[in-house]
Design a protein around this ligand. Sequence first.
Ligand code: G16
Length: 544
Amino acid sequence: MSIKKISTRPFKDQRPGTSGLRKKVTTFQQPHYLENFIQSIFDVVGKIRGKTIVLGGDGRFHNKEALQIIVKMAAANGIGRIMLGLKGILSTPAASHIIRKHNLLGGIILSASHNPGGLEGDFGIKYNVENGGPSPEHLTESFYRRSLEIDTYYLFDAPDLDLEQPGENRMGDMVVEIFDSTADYTELMQRLFDFDRMRKLFGHGKFSMVYDAMNAVTGPYAKAIFEGHLGASRGTVINGNPLPDFDGIHPDPNLKHARELVEIMNSESAPDFGAASDGDGDRNMILGRRFFLTPSDSLAVLAANADLVPGYSKGLSGVARSMPTSMAVDRVAEAMGIQCYETPTGWKFFGNLLDAGRVTLCGEESFGTGSDHIREKDGLWAVLFWLNILAAKGESVEKIVQEHWRKFGRNFYSRHDYEGLESDSANALMGHLREILVGLAGSSFGHYEVDAADDFSYRDPVDGSVSTGQGIRIIFRGSSRIVFRLSGTGTEGATLRVYLERYEMDTERQNQDTQEALSDLIAIADNIAQIHTRTGRDVPSVIT
Ligand code: G16
């Protein structure tokens, strides 16, 4: 067996987005496409000879084929050992944990996260670094630059591995250890949460839950934890088998795509608690009985109740949220006397703050919540955090959230997505916003007066790096905001995201319908950005 040296030519479109390189499956199936990007990663990371990496994916279409190629490329490039998820399955949080637990060089995760799967769907590659987190921006830019000049990649000439059997295999000098990561991950969760208390919650027979794994990666982990360790009844986990096409489900845990769960939670016989995760297991959606909780509120409630959870009972060093995430957690931080950091969208921006011990909890409006236990957001962790709080308080999700609003005020919040826009018109819309920004401060729209308007830029307080152009913020007096940005995770045209937020202190007015409460801001957003005129769209594709 030998190492094959293969000549190739660069592709021009391998610049990673918000979270790794995401493209249509058919793009990745082009000869040399995947190989070019993987070789670019190996070339840029450098000093990989003899090192260990973790490898796996969310089980989506093309996962296994891609894994076989990457294993052979790793062997040819001198990697010493690969820890490979059994059947090719590894959730993003589990991969982050394995990197940290074993002090690995890093990891390659094959996932397009919450994007649709199947032959017509999406595929993706992320490289996580030695702290377990996503590659920082300077590294993803280096992968991209390398991909523009690459002319050779290396492949070990060997038969495919059997991914279905745990144990050690050899490929040349490299060892491939095929392992089941559910035990490691469960053990980490047991260190953070009060499993006894949660077992009692399920044990007295009055508490019920449904968890929707959306036929994606979390099914095996969720069954082991909820139905196994915590004694929840069988059937608590629905859509629990990872399938290449997710059985047609779009694995994005929101009100539109987690349809089955939402129907169950809105029914007369709804269980007490509902939750879902996405394709690679890093997102979460939390539902009470006939009650939807925004991810922004979820982060704020977790922070306010962290003292009830063993892993966080010593206090939080600080919290962080992405810029478009509502400012609900800011109020909790203020009350607790801790720092709240505002970062650009993308989990990679939390890495330095977590490593420096400046924050313990962080979260994003895009259904992502996490802590310093790993360096990725973590879907099942968030669900367990909620379960632990429910077990400790003995109250419903709705009651806990209502009380939170009474104490801190409510940040009415919604995100309107306009998907599949023509890139040119979406870019022109953002260009128009940038042009008018300067003149906005001081102007009034109905009752709303603009306090400040800018294109968000971030200076990392730890390493001083600066990221510009991270979204247009229009901030009104009284803590209302409209934010506009283009998604960095889509694979078709452009997606405009409009984030709307209004703060309400008056407890009498905290129970309005969210869209109603935001109706003035929705009209102002359209007026300022000329959404309808520029995109031809009357309504958003998705409202969360
Ligand atoms: C990724 C990132 C998140 C980000 C989200 C949405 O999530 O990891 O940090 O908030 O994309 O990004 P955008 O608004 O640019 O589409 P995931 O779950 O897709 O990896």
